[in-house]
Write a protein that binds this ligand. Structure first.
Ligand code: TGC
Ligand code: FAD
Length: 395
């Protein structure tokens, strides 16, 4: 640091107190900066209105695709083949804009392109992945059912063989991208165990219904999916996996992205409130000169910093092939809790302004109420870690 004061050093303390940037490669920094610019210039200016209007900003999809952010960790098929830290940083920057934008990208990349790439036939990969990378085809992922999302092993949606076809019946609830999706990756119970199917929008018997009037993730498309005797050719089934391991392995990818993404939401809230406390004068001094306010700011910074280290270690384990899904669970749990607590506290420090669309804290706070629930609730992740530690299943 030389003679520079802490506030004069190059890295912005609000977002990188521990200089995590020094642990990143040139490529990782370049990708992060490019996505950060896009989020600052194109995403943040429209998110308040999109949230207020309960609208997913679909106009951003071509730009997100153009930047190579869809399926960015896949090698080939028009995808960027980035390493895990890069794909995490992409999520972090996008979620600094809004969890809805990261959700859109996570679902497309981790929950739709990943299973096609990992479990799909060559024909399925050739047919779908390039169009999904370019944003021409949008996907959604149907695992959760109305009767209970935490226990997907209890799924009622089923597919039965009929000649060389499958016939799909059932429904899925709370499905991100569900209305706009051209294809749905649908997980169904069969006589061979759980299997994944690529269901196309126009297939007879497949319908969707938008879930409206949400208080959270308002700038995201959420839907119910219904399957009434949907006839699927054998070629629609993902041949490479059977059993719950299929969908759960996709969740590991998406949970990894969330562990990174929520850092961005927390950084947005923290940066905003840090600036606010510098200019908000009460009792004859700026709020930031007050001890208890500094304690709260210091605590936010501590929690963001530890979440960053955790996420980076997760990425390095992933690239070394050493990552266990329970480690992803611990990180999704820790980092989402961190972000939600910071968003709530930042909202409070903003006073009445904190409930205005002009400030981002309440939008992030409300979004994070979904993030703490989807991709496995906080309790589910605690129990996954508990099971790993004790060897006993307590679900
Ligand atoms: P369990 O016996 O534990 O596992 C069955 C098989 O799966 C394997 N496995 C995993 N593999 C990869 N990654 C994981 N995370 C895995 N978890 C388990 C396991 O080894 C086993 O394999 P095999 O070969 O031995 O059969 O299964 P269980 O029925 O006891 O369930 C365990 C539990 C509760 C942890 C699981 O059901 C669970 O994770 N529940 C939460 C469900 C969930 O997270 N749903 C998310 C839906 S998608 C979503 O929310 C998208 S939000 C999108 C957005 O907008 O960003
Ligand atoms: P439940 O499973 O009914 O849980 C209710 C409560 O019970 C929770 O607090 C839970 O922690 C607790 N609980 C459950 N089991 C136990 C236990 N054994 N011990 C103690 N407590 C327990 N799903 C998809 O498949 N695809 C998507 O794209 C998708 N997008 C979503 C988008 C949004 C905005 C939201 C809100 C959800 C989305 N989901 C999606 C669904 C999400 O994954 C589920 O909501 C989540 O898995 C929890 O399921 P549930 O809502 O049915 O809650």
């Amino acid at each position: 640091m030389g003679n520079a004061t802490r506030t004069e050093v190059e890295s912005p303390l609000a977002t990188d107190f521990l200089n995590i940037r020094s642990l990143l490669s040139e490529d990782e920094i370049t990708i992060q900066e490019a996505v950060a610019r896009f989020v600052d210039e194109r995403v943040i200016p429209l998110m308040g209105d999109a949230f207020d209007e309960h609208r997913f900003p679909q106009e951003l999809i071509p730009e997100i695709a153009e930047m190579g952010l869809l399926g960015c960790s896949i090698d080939g098929y028009g995808c960027a083949g980035l390493n895990s830290a890069c794909s995490g940083l992409v999520c972090q920057e996008l979620e600094r804009g809004d969890s809805g934008i990261r959700s859109f990208t996570s679902v497309q990349s981790s929950l739709c392109m990943y299973p096609i790439f990992t479990y799909g036939s060559d024909e399925q990969k050739e047919r779908w992945l390039p169009q999904m990378a370019s944003g021409e085809v949008i996907g959604c992922f149907g695992l959760t059912e109305p009767d209970g999302g935490s226990d997907p092993g209890n799924m009622k949606t089923n597919a039965k063989r009929d000649g060389s076809d499958w016939v799909l019946n059932g429904s899925k609830a709370w499905i991100t991208n569900g209305i706009m999706a051209d294809i749905a990756i649908v997980w169904a119970s069969t006589s061979e165990g759980v299997r994944g199917f690529i269901v196309e929008k126009d297939m007879p018997g497949y319908t969707t219904r938008e879930i409206t009037r949400k208080f959270s993730l308002r700038a995201s498309d959420t839907a119910e999916l219904f399957f009434d005797n949907v006839r699927l050719p054998e070629a629609s089934m993902l041949p490479g996996v059977r059993g719950l391991r299929g969908p759960l392995s996709c969740l590991t990818q998406a949970r990894f992205g969330i562990a990174w993404g929520v850092i961005g939401a927390a950084q947005a809230c923290f940066s905003e409130v840090l600036e606010y406390t510098k200019v908000r004068e009460l009792f004859g001094r700026p709020l930031s000169h007050t001890q208890t306010v500094q304690l709260r700011l210091a605590d936010m910074s501590r929690r963001i910093s530890t979440a960053q280290l955790l996420a980076l270690q997760l990425a390095r384990l992933k690239d070394n092939g050493q990552l266990h899904h329970s480690q992803v669970s611990m990180s999704k749990w820790n980092n989402t809790r961190m972000a939600l607590d910071i968003a709530r506290d930042a909202r409070d420090l903003l006073g009445a302004s904190g409930i205005s669309v002009e400030f981002c804290a309440i939008r992030h706070m409300l979004n994070l109420e979904s993030v703490v629930t989807y991709e496995g609730t906080e309790t589910i992740h605690e129990l996954i870690v508990g099971r790993e530690l004790t060897g006993h299943n307590a679900f």
